[in-house]
Design a protein around this ligand. Structure first.
Ligand code: SF4
Length: 281
């Protein structure tokens, strides 16, 4: 059996930074709250929780004057304001690439903002929370007509489009073309804000899945970028397995002539790749 491992397996730069900074902070403080799951990986969360991190769903679940981590996905502006009211010390680990989108969106005082991304994704919710004017999230083609109606109601005459950093680059292109058709306006600005780390990983998984007859994608079941890697792989390779831990492939039948590809989502540590590789051996 041949095993091909993606060069980009392991944490993306933003997650690498988040986990490192969280570990450093936890070495100095016994208890730090984290607003939402720090990354979509149960193993990483468990390790940080053992060090004293407490994951909460809402800023209102955090006692006043505590320390709180804002994770790489970023938070809406109103959450920063609420944290200030509660006297929280914020360890802001918002990824620099997400911060750029917040700044871009916040500056658009005269534009109707369209965010192409998953409606329930924390990054999208955070970005929407920086829009000064009306905004709309488009996740699928079905949302475009409602977005157009909202734009007309807004009385704005410019449209500014950004993208969730981990969204599909192919779907983004398709949706932008359809938005241009439906809106039929000349004043549309499109910022390609997909993260280059995401884009490179998507390209690599596409190439890898064309060369293999089985693909193993390792990542959290809640991870948007991992699901996207799975979707790309399944278009090119008949058998694709999305797993979080090596034991999840124990019922898969591997053959001597298999060519197996391995890729991880952006919040999966590289050590799990080694464990899967050992298992395959
Ligand atoms: S995927 Fe990109 S934007 Fe998201 S945390 Fe990683 S480096 Fe930052």
């Amino acid at each position: 059996m041949e095993v091909l491992i993606g060069n980009l397996c392991g944490f993306c730069p933003g997650v690498e930074y988040t986990v490192k900074k969280a570990e450093e902070a936890l070495k100095e403080n016994k208890m730090i709250y984290c607003l939402g799951e720090i990354v979509h990986n149960e193993r990483v969360i468990a390790k940080l929780q053992d060090m004293g991190m407490i994951t909460v769903k809402s800023v209102d679940d955090i006692p006043n004057n505590s320390k709180v981590i804002f994770r790489a996905h970023g938070e809406a502006k109103s959450i920063y304001e609420r944290a200030k009211q509660k006297g929280l010390e914020v360890i802001d680990l918002t990824c620099g690439k997400v911060r750029i989108i917040h700044d871009l969106v916040e500056k658009q005082k005269e534009s109707f903002i369209i965010i192409i991304g998953k409606k329930t994704h924390p990054e999208t919710i955070g970005t929407k929370g920086f829009a000064k004017q009306d905004s709309f999230v488009i996740e699928t083609e079905d949302d475009i007509v409602s977005a157009y109606e909202a734009y007309k109601r807004s009385k704005l005459n410019q449209i500014y489009i950004v993208e969730q950093t981990t969204f599909s680059k192919e779907l983004f292109k398709e949706l932008v073309n359809k938005i241009k058709d439906v809106f039929n306006e000349s004043n549309i600005t499109v910022e390609n804000t997909i993260c280059d780390a995401t884009e490179k990983r998507q390209t690599e998984v596409m190439e890898l899945s064309k060369k293999t007859n089985k693909m193993i994608i390792i990542g959290g079941k809640q991870s948007s970028n991992t699901k996207e890697l799975y979707n790309i792989a399944i278009n090119n390779c008949k058998e694709v397995y999305l797993i979080q831990e090596p034991e999840e492939i124990k019922n898969v039948r591997f053959n001597n002539d298999d060519i197996v590809g391995i890729m991880t989502g952006a919040s999966t540590p590289k050590e799990i790749v080694e464990e899967v590789k050992q298992y395959l051996k």
